[in-house]
Design a protein around this ligand. Sequence first.
Ligand code: AMP
Length: 290
Amino acid sequence: MNTNHKSQKRQLRVLTAIPKLKRAIAEIRARGETIALVPTMGALHEGHLSLVRLAAKRADRVIVSIFVNPTQFAPHEDLNTYPRTFAADQAALEETATDIIWAPSVATMYPEGFATRVVPEGAATVGLEDKFRPHFFAGVATVVAKLLIQCEPDVALFGEKDYQQLKVVTQLARDLSLPTKIVAGPIIREPDGLALSSRNRYLSPPERATAPVLHRVLKECAAAIAAGKPLGSALRHGRETITKTGFALDYLEARDAETLVPVGTSSSGKIRLLVAARIGTTRLIDNVGV
Ligand code: AMP
């Protein structure tokens, strides 16, 4: 890794056109430097910034993409109201080691006549997010494949917050022979346990007060399972608590931590507990390891 640049002042560049991005990447490569990519939809918070810090440790140059990807939203979902806070995002990234913000328009990513989709299987079809958001993973896989091809990173950072997505993207990079190493970052939480999310700003004060129940239940379930309680009764109790608290539960599941297939007993390999639930109009997801 070339460390000369660390003494130079970084200049954060905002790029929106593919030829300019390719030119910037060619300059970086000509200096023999490595590149890390952090894909985001903006509305940046500490979870995103933690990935940027990991990225800076893994490569000489950091690209953060900001793109609210329409193809991963269903028509009834929150594409139009999804928070767009570009000026604040840029200001936050100025304080980090980011070199380039890659902020393409929808027309740049999906020009007139765009007709290709990457449709993942495996971890993308295990009946978790895919069951409740059937559009989601083809949209994610298509945009992530494009971002990885556009930015040519050596490493790309994804949060464990979106655990199923992390598994899908890892498989995608492997299956498409992309030369990028996918690296996971841990979930960053509020002091009360709520996982940071761009969607948390939708929560009313009472909803915000209730939201940490999800993490509390995950932790309690994980502890009970680790202590030998049967999976079925631990999950049943967890589902009851979540529902009684006022959430509409989509799922609380125990899955194999690698393949995300259902686990029958607590004695199989590593287990991940994953939850998705709606409070008011906001849908929250979270997960923990057992
Ligand atoms: P998003 O902007 O929601 O698409 O998220 C962009 C990246 O940030 C994804 O890899 C997410 O998994 C990651 N991320 C979102 N929230 C968190 C969090 N609380 N902790 C760690 N990573 C996160």
